[in-house]
Unconditional design. Sequence first.
Length: 146
Amino acid sequence: MDDRIKKLKTTKDCEVFARNSLTHGRPDLAAEARQRAVELRAASYGATSEAERECLAAIYAYEEILFDKHGRRVKASRTWQMIKRRGIIAAIEQAVDRPDGTAGFSALQNVGLENYAFEAVILRHMSLFSESAVERSRQRMAQFGV
């Protein structure tokens, strides 16, 4: 990550940097600034473990995809509702354990952010998730060639 981006302290600073980078023909720096914004959002939520922080980063990365699609900030409202009801880890497991849960993964993969997919997070922290969620994550990652 570029040193200038590492020094960005707020998500607003990241968004401004990303817009300016695009204006100056530097989509690589814009992508890094948006990644930094995702990290800052995840850190500010108050995760109690690295796995929870990564799950939150995955949600915020997906919300960046929604921002690109709609041109405005859109929340992953169903996911946030699930987190409030069940907790972060249980909500992510439920989201991945659905047979039709590939939309978020596909969207992230299309922009090169598959490392933020719930499936990737589950495979990095397998001991926290059920066997079925781990297996479905493996299958999905293999299906998409990751």
